[in-house]
Write a protein that binds this ligand. Structure first.
Ligand code: ATR
Length: 287
């Protein structure tokens, strides 16, 4: 059996920072990945409040913490403390992964590519030419748009309750691909013309599981319904879309693969995605 997770004087440190952070499943998932691959690393959760962010980053350099995942509320502010920002994080405007190369810190964003890898492996390998509707215009939507543009989708309509946010987001990417702001009031027509409809809003998330962002009857049977929410594992939106005959894609895979990419950037080793997934599933079902 592998030697992973036996802490000794060679153990390399990793972690996730956020405020709050105690709900995070990342430590379980990442320590399982170290164990599976036999890498001598340990990953823990640090509760870092905003005014301690600079001190934390100094600590990363001082202690040689090799890798850090970054979550709310630090994804934007942390960029000011790093030495280099990768193109992915620049385009999205947020960092969720830091790699420490001997004190030189680089920020990446693995959310969008994590989402795309999950969608391709679980539902549809070829996204080229697809017409996409994105519901919501927050930080999560930015990462998804970045990831989908790399896949050469045909067009992306962003529809948001607050129209100005949709226009701003679409405008930030419209020089790279056919990305435009769709009208929230005409969402039924937008959905009817889409091959892929993605919910990036919080509507339907635990504990408000009766919420749904759209009426599933607006979807064609060929359409893929995708939701970034993974608690519950199947939202009302996905359940109704599945009952209509659509292919449904839940948010757990995005969480797994954003972590898988981070693991691969840090270690250069393929992430054991199946083991990571079963570990998180087990934890979610135990809740
Ligand atoms: P994140 O960074 O996780 O995407 P966010 O920036 O708070 O989070 O964005 C949440 C998204 O969910 C927004 O697009 C928000 O719409 P507004 O911009 O109009 O606030 C959307 N959202 C949240 N609650 C909603 C609701 N009840 N109906 C429709 N959209 C909702």
């Amino acid at each position: 059996m592998q030697q992973g997770n036996k802490v000794d004087s060679h153990t390399v440190l990793y972690g996730v920072i956020g405020d709050p952070i105690r709900h995070s499943k990342s430590p379980l998932m990442m320590n399982r990945a170290f164990k599976e691959t036999g890498i001598n690393g340990i990953y823990t959760a640090f509760h870092i409040v905003p005014d301690q962010l600079a001190n934390f980053i100094a600590g990363v350099r001082a202690m040689g913490i090799r890798g850090v995942n970054v979550t709310i509320p630090h994804k934007l502010d942390v960029m000011h403390h790093l030495d280099h920002i990768d193109d992915s994080a620049l385009a999205i405007g947020a960092v969720n992964t830091i790699v420490n190369d001997g004190g030189r810190l680089t920020g990446y964003n693995t959310d969008g590519i994590g989402y795309v890898r999950s969608l391709k492996e679980e539902i549809e390998p070829d996204l080229a030419g697809k017409r996409v509707v994105i519901l919501g215009a927050g930080g999560a939507a930015r990462g998804i748009i970045y990831g989908l543009i790399q896949e050469k989708v045909d067009q992306i309509a962003v529809a948001n309750r607050t129209a100005e946010r949709a226009s701003k987001l679409a405008g930030d990417f419209s020089n790279q691909a056919d990305v435009y702001a769709g009208d929230w009031d005409k969402i039924a027509q937008l959905c009817a013309g889409a091959d892929l409809v993605i919910n990036t809003t919080s509507v339907g998330m635990f504990p408000h599981i009766e919420g749904t962002p759209i009426d599933a009857s607006w979807l064609r049977e060929e359409t893929i319904a995708s939701d970034l929410i993974y608690n519950p594992l199947e939202t009302r939106f996905l359940r109704e879309a599945r009952e209509r005959g659509c292919r449904a894609h839940g948010g757990l895979g995005m969480f797994i693969y954003q972590g898988a990419y981070a693991f691969e950037y840090w270690t250069g080793t393929d992430a054991p995605a199946a083991a990571m997934r079963s570990c998180v599933l087990e934890a979610l079902r135990g809740n």
